[in-house]
Design a protein around this ligand. Structure first.
Ligand SMILES: [Zn+2]
Ligand SMILES: [Zn+2]
Ligand SMILES: [Zn+2]
Length: 89
């Protein structure tokens, strides 16, 4: 991984991919999502900030899990919340 001053992203050697192409929290409440993000700490997949419920960000803030990847098939990037660091892989 390129050095962006983020130890969280530097520590990732294999990017976790979405197990299912759905937001696990939206599914529970019957909500809809726009894009999907996968937590690199626990592998959970949740919805992006363009989605009404912003579950990926809520999960990161609630758990302290720092890094998400895009779960969109044509996107390959990681984002770290505490460092506000964004990197392609
Ligand atoms: Zn970081
Ligand atoms: Zn959601
Ligand atoms: Zn997580």
């Amino acid at each position: 991984m390129p050095d962006q001053g983020c130890a969280h992203i530097d520590a990732i050697d294999k990017v976790k991919q979405a197990k299912r192409r759905e937001c696990e929290d939206c599914v529970k409440i019957g909500a809809r999502w726009v894009h999907l993000r996968t937590c690199q700490a626990c592998g959970g997949t949740r919805c992006c900030d363009d989605s009404p419920n912003r579950h990926a960000t809520k999960h990161a803030r609630g758990t302290g899990h720092p890094v998400i990847s895009s779960a969109e098939p044509d996107e390959r990037w990681l984002y770290c919340y505490p460092d506000d660091a964004f990197t392609d892989y």
